[in-house]
Structure formats: C-alpha cells, structure tokens
Design a protein around this ligand. Structure first.
Ligand code: NAP
Length: 481
C-alpha cells in the first residue's frame, strides 16, 4: 500500500508539525511503512490547549441534546464506515480484520452511549441545616481534558475518553500512540464532518514526553485521562501533583483466569482462547495466569493445547487468520524472554513457544500461540504483564489457595473464573480484588459498564454513566433566603 501523509487537527485546521518533520507508521505484519504523521511537540500541544480552552465556554453552554446530536453523527458514521476504519486498524496495529471491525463497533457504541447518557446528567437538592437555607448540587463539565491513548485499541481507547468528555461539555486534546496515529486521524475527520466547532476536539501527534509535559504543566488542562502502562501512569501521577490536576488512569493488568473442577470445561477452554489470544494477547484485560484445579488439570491442558494448535497465525488482512503480529520488535523480544525464562525454570511448552523468523511471517513480529504448563510463581510470566499470545497454566488445590494466589499482585484490573456452583460464584466474585470480574464470562467489557482497576491498575472508571461522571465537577451551592 502506498504511504500517505496525514496531519494533526488543531483549532479546526489540519496542520503539519511546526518543525515540518514526520515519523513513519509501520505495518507490524510486514514491516512496510503505511503512512506518516507529524512529529509534533509541546508547542503544538500548547496551541491545541489554548484552542480547547477558548472553545470550552460555548461548547459547555450548549444543551446536552445539541452536543449529543453531533456525537451521534460521529457514532453512526463510524458504524457506516466500519470496513474502512477496521482496515486502517489492522494495517497499523496488526489485529485480524474481524477483530478490528468488532473494535470499530465497540468504539462507536461509546460515542452513541455517552451522547445519550449525558442528557441524563442532573443535579440534586439536599435538605439544609436551617429553615431559611437551600442546598443545590450542580454537576458541571471540568474544562479542557487531555487524553493520552495506547496502540492496542487505536479507535476504542480514544472514543472511550473523548465521547464522554465531549458529551459532558468538556473540550479535548488527544495524543494517540506513535504506532497508531492514522486511526486517530480518521476518527477526527469524522468529528470535523459532524460540524464540531473549532477547538472542541484537537489531535496532536509526536513526542510523548514533550506533549505530556505540556499537558501536565499547562494550568488550562483540568484533567488528564491516560490509558497505557502502569510505569507511565505513575510518571503522570507524580507530574500531576504540582497542580493537583485531575487524573483518570487505565493502566496495566495481570488477570487471573480460574477454572474450578466443577466448571463446564469446554466453555472455559473457549472462553480462555477468546480472552487470551484476542489481539495476540495484547490487551490489558487478557488472562495472564490460568489457574486450573488439580483433578481437571491434565484434561483442561490437553483440550486447550489442541485448540490453540489450530489457531492460524498471519497477516490480519488475510481471511481465516486468528492471530496477528505483535506490535513491534520490543514486544516480540519481551514475549520471547518470558517464555524462555519459564522454560529454563521448568515450564513445559505444550504448543508454540517460538517467534516466526522465516518466510513472509519473518518480515513481521509474529510469535506462535503458546501454552505452557508446570508454571510457578518464580517465573517472570507469573508477575509481569507478557502482552503476547502465551497462556501459562498453574495448578491449584483449594478455593482458598487460589483466591490468595489470584490476589497476590499489585495489579487489579480484570479477573475471570469458571464454576457451576452458585454459592462459589458469589464467594469468589466478592473476594477477587479486581475492578472487572468475568464469572463464566470471558468478555465483560461493554460500553455501558464501568471499566477500570483496583490497586496499581488505575484510578477512575470509563464506560456508561461512570465514564461521564469522570468529566464532571460537583458544586455545592448553599443559598440563604
Ligand atoms: P505506554 O508506553 O504507557 O504508552 C501509552 C501512551 O502513553 C502512548 O500514547 C505513549 O506515547 C504515551 N506516553 C509514553 N510515555 C509518555 C510520557 N512520558 N508522558 C506522556 N505520555 C507518554 O503503553 P503502551 O505500551 O502503548 O500500551 C500498553 C499498556 O497499556 C499495557 O500496560 C496495557 O495493559 C495498558 N492498557 C490499559 C488499558 C486499560 O484500560 N486499563 C487499556 C489498554 C492498554 P508514544 O506511543 O508516543 O510513546
């Protein structure tokens, strides 16, 4: 595919970087350049913040219905252009086309849901402490929101922030990941087409550290919403302290996936495959530690390995491909290091276990879908986020033991368990220290439900009314009559 030059969107204008420089966007399946993006820095970020701040009062003053109408246009257009947007996602992020199409629909639903939900933002009256007093509680948009997003869901991670922020009456400046700016640009063309006033939604690409510093240091930015690694999340949290800037952090995870001996094994195997191997294991909520109860361990492992062996690795644009490439060389090196470390320490590789270095796949960053057994807590894979297509299997004896192991991590994003015992379902669900729990369900993330983590997996929630509330300040008005 011929490469194309794309631009940033600031104050209603498509713009080059001030330096005139660009960076290249690669297809992780082939190593080909699929486009370029402007190498922006703090100065473009500052211009975008000024524009967003200027646009804020008029945008906030519109009725929720007026804001919703613009957003609904964007949501419906995303649905109508599903194939086109999905192709772009596959080209720059690598996930199979069917997954990319599902992401576009998921991303569009954040837009339509938030547009509708913001119409229901209301205040309260509270009984006062004196007969001549009245207390009103107002909910008002925070102001300019800066959003920083990762590459693994190039569309959904943007709409999950931008849609509720705009619907609530905030204005936004978005910095997408350097690997996936093209999908972001395509989304911003839809914001432009929807007729959003200049400055309401801005897109800046380029140097993450410089742009991030401007977001942190500029007092006109009232909130930063970040999705990405826990490491960068902590940097932002430290930086935000100076201005006590509002933060929403959607960070890393290390999800336990527990299969009890009373579970429907076929359902658990299929659930694990869908949860673990989606986007080649590069999702924050994918299973990282698979705990299988001893009596069913061997049967479960054999069923799983047989199905995983049948998964087709390849370029996501080709029909029938289940697993695409990893995003880049660093990702491939990390996954390989985790598998090698586990095998060196005694893990057994039931299938996969190698990067593909020959033929067409050798041009991309492909790692075979892998199942490891005999995994223990001493291995890197047991504590670090692998972000790759590797399912490590641990065995356990009792419910008490597995709950202690599942919770023994600094992460707390998603957890899954499979059981047919109703009492156990409630006990386990209540004791898992995670923000998202799938009970016999591998796909708990939907636009209307809260998404976010306990512990070092983050702060705040996205999705549904919880997502809209993140962009509202609460004002107590006390009136003496
Ligand atoms: P990352 O390295 O933290 O990058 C995420 C974003 O932060 C990118 O836009 C990146 O820009 C930017 N960034 C990097 N350094 C920065 C800095 N010093 N200041 C400001 N911005 C900075 O994460 P990633 O590797 O792309 O994404 C994978 C991680 O995201 C995993 O840990 C995954 O679990 C997590 N994740 C979490 C969720 C969730 O909802 N909890 C969802 C998806 C992913 P550049 O790309 O330009 O460097």
């Amino acid at each position: 595919m011929a490469s194309e030059t794309n631009l940033m969107y600031i104050d209603g204008q498509w713009q080059e970087a001030d330096s005139g420089k660009h960076f290249e966007v690669m297809n992780p399946a082939t190593g080909d350049v699929v486009g370029t993006a402007p190498a922006g820095s703090w100065s473009e970020a500052r211009r975008a913040i000024v524009a967003a701040n200027r646009a804020f009062p008029a945008w906030a003053a519109l009725t929720a219905k007026e804001r919703a109408n613009s957003l609904l246009h964007v949501g419906y257009e995303m649905q109508a252009r599903k194939e086109q947007l999905a192709r772009l996602i596959t080209l720059e992020c690598g996930k199979p086309l069917a997954e990319a199409e599902a992401e576009v629909l998921y991303a569009a639903e954040f837009v339509t849901w938030s547009a509708e939900e913001a119409k229901r933002v209301g205040g309260e009256t509270i009984p006062a402490s004196a007969p001549n007093k009245r207390i009103l509680v107002l909910r008002q948009p925070i102001g300019v929101v800066a959003a920083i997003t990762p590459w693994n869901f190039p569309a959904a991670m943007i709409t999950r922030k931008v849609a509720p922020a705009l619907a609530a009456g905030c204005t936004v400046v978005v910095k997408p990941a350097e690997q996936t700016p093209l999908t972001a640009m395509a989304l911003f063309r839809l914001f432009e087409e929807a007729g959003l006033p200049a400055g309401v939604a801005n897109l800046v690409t380029g140097d993450a550290q410089e742009i991030g510093k401007e977001f942190l240091g500029n007092p006109q930015v009232r909130k930063i919403s970040f999705t990405g690694s826990t490491e960068v999340g902590k940097l932002l949290m430290r930086g935000a302290a100076d201005q006590v800037k509002r933060l929403a952090l959607e960070l890393g995870g290390h999800a336990p996936f527990i299969v009890f001996d009373d579970a429907d094994l076929d359902r658990a195997v299929d659930g694990l495959i869908a949860c673990k191997f989606r986007n080649a294991g590069q999702t924050c909520i994918c299973a990282n530690r698979v705990y299988v109860q001893e009596p069913i361990f061997n049967t479960f492992a054999a069923k799983l390995a047989e199905k995983v062996r049948a998964l087709k690795l390849g370029n996501g644009l080709e029909p029938g491909v289940h697993i695409g490439p990893l995003i880049d060389d660093a990702a491939l090196t990390k996954v390989r290091a985790h598998v090698d470390d586990a095998v060196r320490k005694g893990a057994r590789c039931l299938c996969g276990g190698r990067p593909r270095t020959e033929g067409e796949l050798g041009k991309g960053h492909f790692f075979e879908p892998t199942v490891l057994s005999n995994v223990n807590a001493e291995m890197r894979i047991a504590g670090e986020e692998t972000f790759g297509p590797v399912a490590p299997l641990f065995s356990f004896r009792s419910e008490e033991e597995v709950l202690a192991k599942a919770n023994a991590t600094t992460y707390g994003l998603a957890a899954y368990f499979y059981t047919r015992d109703a009492a156990r379902l409630f006990r386990v669900m209540e004791r898992l220290e995670y923000g998202i729990v799938g009970a016999n369900d591998h796909a708990p993330a939907v636009p209307q439900a809260p998404f976010g983590g306990y512990k070092e997996s983050g702060l705040g929630r996205e999705g549904g009314r919880f997502g809209v509330e993140e962009y509202l300040e609460i004002k107590n008005v006390s009136i003496a009559l």
